[in-house]
Design a binder for this molecule. Structure first.
Ligand code: SF4
Length: 88
């Protein structure tokens, strides 16, 4: 499993990124970001993963198909803090 945090393990058991190189998700390069985001697009727990990263918040890596920069932007522009409206 890519992300290690024992407090939220239910959805992580179905994470599509398990088995992929974690470097794809934490590298700074655009190519790695594209590959990681492609993996996330077909992940059955993408919504849970994104919610977790947004609510912690987590400021590094690709989570829920969004880079840290994209998550920061959503957090900043979300009306009344409801970022879910922007990423549905
Ligand atoms: S959305 Fe992406 S980072 Fe999150 S669990 Fe799924 S594959 Fe892993």
């Amino acid at each position: 499993m890519l992300h290690d945090d024992s407090t939220h393990t239910d959805w992580r058991a179905r994470a599509r990124c398990a088995g992929f190189d974690p470097e794809l998700f934490f590298a700074a390069g655009a190519l790695e970001h594209r590959i990681a985001k492609r993996i996330c697009r077909a992940c059955p727990v993408r919504a849970q993963c994104l919610a977790y990263a947004m609510e912690q918040p987590i400021d590094h890596g690709v989570w829920g198909g969004l880079t840290e920069r994209e998550r920061r932007r959503y957090r900043r522009v979300a009306s009344e803090g409801d970022w879910r409206l922007l990423v549905s």
